[in-house]
Design a protein around this ligand. Structure first.
Ligand SMILES: [Mn+2]
Length: 462
């Protein structure tokens, strides 16, 4: 288990105490999680806020920061001899706690007693996303399970979001490691994809690449010739010349920071002329969005700029028409780009999404839109130096959606449905990289990976 220095964690906790101000902060780590029977576990994944403030990447832990008494305690049990037989020995919890700057550790069953004694203090907890943790909170705090999500502390959430959103230099170093493993995974798929292969063969190659470099998958990969299915987790298709392969996947580094990259490339050695046209529109939107990144700009504005670029290209091809300012404002482009331009990335690939999009991506002043397309934009608020965001525009031709809009005659002043019929079976194109916001603009994370048409075709062996 690799951690930052104890000073990093002490400083993060001090900042958190200052922000929340008073009360007791309760952190629940994660447990092993069973898949089909008790001892057959999914790979263990620690809670990211627990990792951020306590660094300990192992199951069965919880922690308290009692701001009022200025006390920090890690709760957990040392392994029993029976557990050591199966799992091997770990350093004692006191030693692990000391390494992240915590002087007091207690057995896990002391935690409910601690909370009962603290009943007259405000006990802050985060919204749980695992049922086991919801149940524990219910038992320890004596609220019904159904009330737990609504009782999560907004002050606690907002304070954590404020801290975790700004990535420090040592975090950027870790994210770069994750992105660079992700780059190697993509190079592997771009070099080795061939007509006749199954999508799952590529899945095996890229997963193997991540594992061989000491990483893990940071989320379930999308590796598909049906790129128009936005979160496609089917890998059973055969790669055929004329199709494009859309790969959206990335690695998690040893310290659990995420990478997330998307590329779309031809299964054959080159794109068709039509594929090139659509790809170039997506790439132009990507470039325009990246050029706009800087502190102070709302990400929603960057998203809309990318939408406008997509709409311009689609109008040039005759797929859209009319006044593009109005078209984008009314959401007509969302027939082709149904999702958001990007998201924050850090210890989670969609960073802090467990804490609530309304706190991570929006503010009291800027609420999420309900318009189709914009309602899927996870991040809307002003960017700050140190934010890490992904930029992932795309164009997707979804036959069912086209049919529905056409049947409703929706946005027909902006969409040329006759011309669109030629693109029904086109599929989808997306490109994606991650950027850190700097003093004056942004910087690409990780080593550059081929993205322009000529470079992609070169790697495909044209
Ligand atoms: Mn992404």
């Amino acid at each position: 288990m690799k951690t930052f220095s104890k000073e990093t964690y002490i400083e993060r906790r001090n900042q958190l105490k200052l922000k929340v101000g008073s009360g007791v902060l309760l952190f629940l780590g994660n447990e092993e999680s069973s898949s089909n029977f008790k001892d057959n576990w999914y790979p263990f994944r620690q809670d990211s806020s627990f990792l951020y403030f306590f660094g300990l990447d192992m199951p069965g832990l919880a922690a308290i920061i009692d701001i009022d008494q200025d006390q920090e305690i890690i709760f957990g049990d040392n392994l029993t001899t029976v557990e050591v037989i199966w799992q091997g020995a770990h350093p004692p919890l006191s030693e692990l706690a000391e390494a992240v700057g915590i002087k007091i550790n207690q057995p896990i069953n002391e935690l409910s007693k601690f909370l009962d004694k603290a009943a007259n203090q405000q006990i802050h907890f985060l919204p749980p996303y695992r049922p086991e943790n919801t149940q524990k909170l219910s038992e320890w705090l004596h609220f019904p399970v159904s009330e737990i999500p609504g009782r999560a502390s907004v002050d606690f959430i907002k304070s954590i979001v404020a801290l975790r959103s700004i990535k420090t230099e040592e975090e950027i170093t870790e994210i770069n490691k994750a992105v660079n493993i992700s780059v190697r995974m993509h190079k592997r798929s771009m070099k080795e994809a061939k007509p006749g292969m199954k999508e799952y063969q590529l899945l095996g190659l890229v997963n193997g690449e991540a594992l061989a470099l000491g990483g893990h998958l940071s989320f379930a990969p999308i590796i598909t010739i049906d790129g128009q299915i936005l979160h496609n987790h089917n890998y059973s298709n055969t790669l055929t010349t004329g199709k494009m392969l859309l790969g959206d996947f990335g690695a998690e580094s040893a310290m659990r920071y995420a990478g997330d990259i998307t590329r779309t490339f031809p299964v054959g050695p080159e794109f068709s002329p039509t594929q090139k046209e659509i790809y170039q529109i997506v790439f132009n939107a990507y470039q325009a969005a990246v050029a706009a990144l800087k502190p102070g700009i709302r990400f929603k504005e960057v998203h809309l700029l990318a939408c406008r670029k997509l709409a311009e290209g689609l109008k040039d091809l005759g797929l859209m028409k009319g006044n593009l300012d109005d078209a984008v404002e009314r959401g007509a482009h969302a027939l082709f780009f149904q999702c958001g331009l990007g998201h924050m990335m850090g210890l989670d690939v969609h960073d802090m999404e467990d804490l609530g999009e309304e706190y991570v991506g929006y503010t009291d002043e800027l609420k999420k839109s309900k318009q189709f397309g914009l309602k899927s934009l996870r991040l809307g608020k002003e960017l700050e130096k140190g934010y890490v965001v992904t930029i992932e525009p795309g164009i997707y031709f979804i036959p069912q959606l086209i049919d529905q809009w056409q049947a409703e005659n929706l946005h027909s002043e902006y969409i040329n449905y006759d011309k669109l019929a030629e693109y029904r079976g086109f599929g989808g194109i997306r490109v994606e990289d991650a950027y850190v916001i700097t003093e004056s603009g942004s910087k690409l994370l990780g080593d550059p990976l081929e993205i322009e048409i000529a470079d992609v075709e070169r790697i495909r062996g044209k």
